[in-house]
Ligand binder design. Structure first.
Ligand SMILES: NC(=O)C1=CN([C@@H]2O[C@H](COP(=O)(O)OP(=O)(O)OC[C@H]3O[C@@H](n4cnc5c(N)ncnc54)[C@H](OP(=O)(O)O)[C@@H]3O)[C@@H](O)[C@H]2O)C=CC1
Ligand SMILES: N[C@@H](CC(=O)OP(=O)(O)O)C(=O)O
Length: 344
């Protein structure tokens, strides 16, 4: 039996990626789409300014967009994906949880809440057990699970691999694609022939979310990883794919070859959207590059390269597709884990 799913905020940039990724999904069947009051009542084709590089699936194009309220979602929908602006999500997600829905959300609100799992299925699937605590504390039957920020999720799988040598500190500088800011986020006059050395809130997200993702669940909560993380975030004129330069210090010395081996050993998990190998490591120092490598593993694989020793540790580059592995694909994969683990 397929799992019937819905998308909250389905007309937006990330919502469109959800629709693309759900087309022909082996277990999920898209049953409902919601957006703002301005879109509700229109067909999806009328409401969405479609920007993804595949056609709108015919059945979705003719769906009527619903209001983003539990009363507008059919009772037989088992799982909701949320790609609402975070201010909106903060207000409306609780209503869905109180109504008993399981929500896999990409929006940044509540990612650091103590009772909300922030998960990457290949890295910290056990954190889903926080749902029991969440339900006890909040008194709802639903469940809220978040995926991390797109820049955080690009780096964390590589850090998880290096943690076998005892991660102590990480510095990272990002080169983030314009799609991360949304379709109207930066104007062409701002970004062409330019780079912007600030993305509001992004550095703090990388510094905090990475410690939660690599933290230990002790049965009552998450003990944050003890590493220090410092991030510097930059917007550059690429369309999709965040490239990051990472400097890492570990307690035990790791050579570039040992670090590459640890990264290559990071495997995917047995879920439809997980790649077979989580991290592809290039020997070629000119890779990874956004245009050439963001599509690896259908946009779900992390790429790394340029591994070298520094006086204090290692440096390397990593890359991921920010709207697939960094957004819709990450939520979808969390949804697959929720089903596999029996939460849906
Ligand atoms: N763009 C990206 O690459 C990434 C985005 N994110 C996060 O994902 C979320 C969505 O981003 P993105 O898709 O770019 O945003 P968009 O602005 O493109 O889309 C927002 C969606 O939410 C709906 N919406 C807006 N206001 C309301 C409201 N008051 N009530 C109900 N629905 C509403 C919109 O509907 P309508 O069309 O009717 O206005 C639309 O469907 C954000 O939290 C963002 O920070 C995370 C990682 C990457
Ligand atoms: N801030 C990210 C995209 C984003 O919306 O992140 P978050 O999911 O943390 O809100 C970027 O600009 O590339």
């Amino acid at each position: 039996m397929p799992v019937r799913v819905g998308i909250l905020g389905a007309t937006g940039a990330v919502g469109q990626r959800f629709i693309q990724l759900l087309d022909d999904h082996p277990t999920f069947e898209l049953a409902t789409v919601t957006a703002s009051e301005a879109s509700a009542g229109k067909t999806y084709r009328e409401a969405a300014k479609w920007r993804v590089n595949t056609q709108i699936p015919d059945d979705v194009a003719e769906m009527t967009v619903g209001e983003t309220a539990p009363s507008a979602v059919p009772d037989d929908v088992d799982l909701l994906f949320s790609s609402l602006p975070s201010g909106v999500a903060r207000e409306v997600e609780p209503a869905f949880l109180e109504a008993g829905y399981v929500v896999s959300s990409n929006s940044s609100n509540d990612r650091m809440a103590e009772d909300v799992p922030l998960t990457i299925p290949e890295i910290n699937p056990g954190h889903l057990d926080l749902i029991e605590i969440q339900r006890d504390e909040r008194g709802w039957d639903g469940a809220l699970v978040k995926n991390p920020n797109c820049s955080t999720i690009t780096m964390v799988p590589t850090l998880a691999a290096l943690d076998e040598f005892g991660l102590e500190s990480v510095q990272v500088s990002t080169l983030q694609a314009v799609s991360g800011a949304g379709y109207s986020g930066v104007t062409s006059m701002e970004i062409i022939d330019n780079a912007i050395p600030h993305i509001g809130g992004e550095e703090e997200k990388m510094e905090t979310e990475s410690r939660k993702l690599l933290g230990e669940f002790d049965g009552t909560g998450i003990d944050l990883h003890g590493m220090d993380v410092a991030a510097s975030c930059n917007r550059v004129p690429t369309l999709d794919g965040h490239l990051e330069n990472v400097f890492a210090e570990t307690a035990e010395d790791a050579s570039p070859a040992e670090a590459a081996e640890a990264m290559r050993a990071s495997s995917g998990v047995d879920l439809p959207s997980s790649p077979e190998q989580l991290i592809h490591v290039f020997e070629d120092f000119e890779r990874p590059q956004p245009r050439m490598d963001r599509g690896r593993g259908d946009g779900m694989q992390i790429s790394a390269g340029g591994l070298q020793e520094t006086t204090d540790g290692l440096k390397y580059n990593c890359l991921a597709h920010n709207t697939i592995r960094g957004a819709a694909g990450a939520s979808l994969l969390n949804g697959e884990l929720l089903v596999a683990d029996g939460w849906v």
